[in-house]
Each structure stands twice: as C-alpha cells, then as structure tokens.
Design a protein around this ligand. Structure first.
Ligand SMILES: [Zn+2]
Length: 306
C-alpha cells in the first residue's frame, strides 16, 4: 500500500495529506490549553530543542507563553511540511537517494507512511490486505513507549510526530482502506474515490474544518468545538489513552458515516455528487473529532510528563 500510495502521490497534484493544517492547529490549540503546567514546561523545552525550532518560533508573539503555544501549533503540522522539504527524502520510494543527515535529526526520512493505517473494509466480498507496518498505529505505540524515556534530542524529534499522528487518526479516512471488487488494492483512505464538491473523498474530510490558517479563526473554532465537547461530555470525561481504541473508533466512523453512498467510487470526470446533508454530517463529525483529538492528546502528554 505504501508504494502504491506513493505512486498515486506522484501522479496527482494537490494530493491530500491528513487533516489540513487548519484542522491540526485547531486540535493542537485545544490540547495545549489543557496541559498541566508541568507537562507544558516539558513539552515547551522539548520543542525548543528541535532543530527546526527557529522556523517554528519565527514571527510569533514575544511573550513566552504565547510564543510556546504558537510553536506547539507549528510543530503539529511539521510532519506534513517535510513532505515538500528538500532536506528530507521519501523513504517509501524505491531508489530515492537518502538526503544527508543534518545536526539534531535522528532521521531525514519523510515517513509518509506513518500518517495513516489502512485497516481493510471489505464490503462486496472483495479480498483485502492487512495494514502494513510502519503505520500510524505502530508509530504511535512506539513513540508513546519511548517518549519520556529517551534523551532530549530523541524526544524533541518524537514530539511533533506524536502530536501530528495522534491528530491524524481522528480523521476516519486515516484509519481505513475500502476494498471492492472494483478496487482490489483498496481505495487508499478515500484518495481514489472521486466526489464533488472537492477532489476526492479523503480531501473533502481533510478540509472539513475549513482552510483558514489565521490565529483568530483557529482559536475561535477551537473554543467553539471545545465548548460543544464540554456540553456533550462534561469537564471530567474519561480520556482513552489507547491508540488501538482511537483507530477502532475511526474504522467504525468510516463504516457508518463516511461510506454511506454505496459501492460507487466515482471517476475523475464523473464524480459522486455528495448531498448537502452528507457535507453537513462531515462538518459535524469533524468538529467532534478535532475536540476529542485535542482532549486525548492533552491527556496522553499530561500522563507521560507527570
Ligand atoms: Zn498527516
């Protein structure tokens, strides 16, 4: 799947990656504001030790607290940004020459296959393939085990990945690949399902919380979805810290709320026209998922750094 998806990426422009940067920033804003003082100090110190800290802190507010929060939000999208950063190479592409190891980095790989796990959904008795490692689940489990246990440099590298991958698995299409007789290799998390509006099913879900990157938009939506979360769950909801459970939720959502348009997969010039009701449901679910992603990310960081 990794190779296949890498090929698809080469062929398509404007390929969708994950929650877009707006989605990551919203979830991260929620998480950061829920950190304990101790966890926050530790997270801030780790990110300050990352070799790309200077880029993250450029043009951020001068007061240390606002700056640290802005850095946390910037770090959450770093794993997507390195996909087009020439210092890094695509380790899933055959014969891609490795780029030189730079100071402070344990690896210069883009790790494009870490962002998702292709749990198979098979609906018309099509044979399916199990998820291949490495994937979002193997890496979340590894990082959760090794973080707080390693030297600062490793933790500094791991932390943006933990933030980003935790958030990615709350996008249900990061958890599945749907296998049909007409799609014997799976649909790569909806990348190969053509819909309108948007380019494909995956991209539609990625952008479900908007594309505005301004602090005012991100903070406003974060406050709104967090207030909705509190209204539904109260302030002392239980926070699952099990990445396997997070992924299972995503699979269930994919089955019940994503693939609700039958076995059709559309084609580029004849995409599936998604109803307004479908789009409203995408929007509604994205808001609940971003709040939950932020809530559980904070819980995990508070637990690791207590
Ligand atoms: Zn991602």
């Amino acid at each position: 799947m990794a190779v296949r998806r890498a090929l698809a990426i080469l062929l398509l422009t404007n390929q969708a990656w994950a929650w877009n940067a707006t989605g990551h920033r919203i979830a991260s804003a929620i998480a950061y504001d829920l950190l304990t003082d101790k966890a926050r100090r530790r997270v801030d110190a780790s990110l300050a030790a990352h070799p790309d800290y200077a880029a993250w802190s450029r043009d951020t507010p001068a007061d240390p607290l606002s700056r640290a929060r802005a850095v946390f939000l910037a770090a959450s999208v770093w794993p997507d940004e390195i996909r087009s950063d020439k210092r890094f190479h695509d380790d899933t592409r055959e014969n891609a020459p490795p780029t030189p190891l730079l100071a402070g980095f344990p690896s210069m790989a883009r790790h494009v296959n870490w962002h998702y796990i292709d749990v198979p959904i098979s609906v018309d008795n099509a044979p399916s393939q199990p998820p291949q490692p490495p994937n979002a689940l193997t890496e979340l489990r590894r990082i959760l085990k090794e973080i707080n246990n390693q030297q600062l440099q490793v933790e500094a590298y791991d932390l943006p990945w933990l933030i980003h991958l935790e958030e990615d698995v709350y996008q249900p299409l990061h958890c599945v690949s749907r296998f049909l007789k007409s799609k014997p290799h799976g649909d790569a998390g909806g990348d190969n399902v053509y819909v309108t509006p948007g380019r494909n099913l995956h991209a539609l879900w990625d952008a479900a919380s908007g594309t505005d990157l301004s602090d005012s938009y991100v903070n406003r939506v974060a406050a709104e979805v967090w207030a909705e979360f509190i209204e539904r769950n109260g302030r002392h909801a239980h926070a699952s810290k099990d990445p396997g459970a997070w992924v299972s939720e995503g699979v269930q959502l994919a089955i019940h709320d994503v693939y609700t348009f039958g076995l059709d997969t559309g084609v580029r010039d004849q995409p599936i026209a998604l109803t307004e009701q479908y789009q409203l449901n995408v929007h509604r679910i994205a808001r609940t998922r971003l709040a939950l992603a932020g809530f559980r990310l904070a819980a995990v960081l508070n637990d690791r750094f207590k």
